[in-house]
Design a protein around this ligand. Structure first.
Ligand code: HEM
Length: 276
């Protein structure tokens, strides 16, 4: 049988820099650095998995932030379709974030206990990348900035995010520019349910002329739902591996996390459904 010839990939490469620098792939992805970053403090294999899960999620928090900022820019440029596209890319990242909990799915209390001590006071609660996402969602709590007094760059970035517009503020500002009267001034506090905002979304969902904004509402809701899914998976992992013991970050653990998982993101997008 005849056919096209199939070329195999190259096994030798143009020299680059010093000898011993590895393959072009290793240089591009900086694999030496990457694989040097997992430094367990115990000899327990589960700790390595815990570190990888944490680092994977941190990278994804950062990637997600880029998409949400890109959605925010599109909203400011009166481009709801561009914002929806960025939020959709974000929901795929969120799905990977939610599945990342599978990495820890089999960790038993005995395994967790055998390395928990090496964590000291370390807790994911201290993640500035996570807090940056929270502030962008409008879930702001300025008191938490105290954790970063020793990290001026992080402190400055989060302070700006605290006082700036959230993604939701920008979505509401777009609604207002399209004639749907809703309050949208940034505040430095947690966004709370607002009857006028709910009324605005009701108009968006019921006026066929505002269908593009309704698509934006749905994309925001997809995002909100996945934030809660991530929290719920976190909660299950905590319940499985440490029950209701207090957290390394000093909280009451399960009950504190449950309270945060129970809070709806973009609450008016949920309550408007009560009478649509
Ligand atoms: C099974 C392993 C884990 C356990 C038992 C656990 C436990 C906890 C607990 C008890 C808290 C509450 C704060 C505290 O007192 O420490 C917390 C918060 C948090 N953890 Fe984990 N965690 C685990 C894995 C992870 C991983 C892999 C990440 C990824 C970065 C993470 C990210 C967070 C975040 C972002 C918060 C704050 C949540 C919020 O503000 O709603 N956790 N964790």
């Amino acid at each position: 049988m005849g056919g096209d010839t199939v070329d195999r990939p190259n096994l030798a490469f143009a020299p680059q820099g010093e000898p011993g620098n590895g393959t072009p792939y290793a240089r591009y992805a900086m694999l030496d650095v990457l694989h040097s970053l997992q430094q367990p403090r115990s000899k327990v294999p589960a700790e390595y998995t815990f570190i990888v899960a944490t680092q994977v999620m941190e990278l994804l928090f950062d990637l997600l932030h880029r998409e949400w900022v890109s959605a925010q820019h599109a909203l400011r440029e009166n481009d709801p379709a561009g914002a929806v596209a960025a939020l959709r890319r974000g929901t795929h990242i969120q799905d990977v974030l939610v599945s990342s909990w599978d990495l820890l799915a089999t960790m038993t209390p005995a395994e967790f206990n055998s390395f928990r001590e090496v964590l000291g006071e370390a807790s994911g609660f201290q993640s500035s990348a996570f807090l940056r996402l929270e502030f962008l969602l409008g879930n702001k709590a300025g008191s938490l900035l105290r954790m970063y007094e020793d990290s001026p760059a992080v402190h400055a970035e989060l302070t700006a995010a605290l006082h700036g517009a959230s993604l939701y503020d920008d979505a509401l500002a777009l609604l207002a520019r399209r004639g749907v009267a809703v309050p949208h001034e940034p505040t430095a506090g947690r966004h709370r349910h607002d009857a006028e905002v709910e009324q605005g979304w009701r108009r968006v969902y019921t006026d066929p002329e505002l269908a593009e904004l309704a698509r934006l509402g749905e994309a925001l809701l997809d995002t909100a739902e996945r934030v809660t899914r991530w929290r719920q998976r976190h909660l299950s992992s905590v319940k499985r591996t440490m029950g209701a013991k207090p957290g390394t970050g000093g909280s009451s653990g399960l009950s504190w996390l449950k309270q945060s998982a129970d809070q709806d993101i973009f609450p008016e997008l949920w309550t408007v459904r009560n009478d649509l």
